[in-house]
Design a protein around this ligand. Sequence first.
Ligand code: AMP
Ligand code: ZN
Ligand code: ZN
Length: 321
Amino acid sequence: MKCRKCGGAAALELRRHNAAFCSPHFLEFFRKQVREAIRKHRMFTTDEPVMVAVSGGKDSLALWDVLIEDGYRTTGLYLDLGIFDYSVESKAKCEAFAQARGVPLIISRVEEEMGAPVPIIKQVTRRPACSGCGLSKRYLMNRTALEHGFPVVATGHNLDDEAATLFGSVMHWQMDALPRQSPALASTHPKLVRRVKPLYRLSERETAAFAFMRKIDYIVDECPFAKGATSIAHKETLNLMEEASPGAKHNFLFGFLDKARVAFERVDNVELKECTRCGQVTTGELCAFCKLSEHVRGAMTGPVTRGAPGAPRAPHAPDPA
Ligand code: AMP
Ligand code: ZN
Ligand code: ZN
């Protein structure tokens, strides 16, 4: 296999592009795809400060690397979810990355903001960990960006993530989620920052190859709560289709974005208000984050600890009656 650009030995074959590249030309291809995403969706300019949400995984650190190299004014945001060793290790990866490159990193702890870390939220709510976790991440990304004066948050969602999310939304015909599936979400309220996904044109395999070639030290382990998640089943299904027909994922996502998404757009007449407790945007009185936080704090200080028998109890919670 030969590099499409220079004819040298190829390091990676990209079947969906019917191409292969040597390492330097793959890095160039990768950066071009990110630039194209930023240009096409007018994600941000070099004059604006950009908050990059980093999980310590390959995607978000690869994204941060590209943006730094391209001269963007970035600050990382790591949300410490308090998920055992997984959080300890992923935080360390982000700190080491930021320090090595001399870029700022903000760390926010879910335990401090919500009143409990993700494993306790899971016990208290008796819901899958991903629901409280996703809610906390979205809320804290927006609020932290606002508090620090960032107009935009960039995440490391890649082509596989986006295709799997779209697949899940279509499987359940989630009419609210479909119009929001986009590489760039505009701000619809002064208290909502823009959200962008500059890696949406690149597959998970490509971000892994980029991180490897750039010697980025990232956390390889998945979140321990992700096991058995439907999003993983959706990714596996799409991978089977991709194997049978290279480009299937790309066609599915890009076809939707280019041709179908507009058909799902609706005029939203819901009035956006500000949460009476935290001032963030909500459609009710209290936002979902504050509601969950009140529930969690109440359960932790209440007379009886809720959750499954043998569940880890909150520190300082009184003994069950
Ligand atoms: P995930 O939802 O884990 O697939 O992650 C998607 C994107 O969300 C990542 O690429 C990051 O940009 C961001 N993200 C996930 N977890 C965190 C975290 N703990 N702190 C900051 N950003 C995160
Ligand atoms: Zn080459
Ligand atoms: Zn609130």
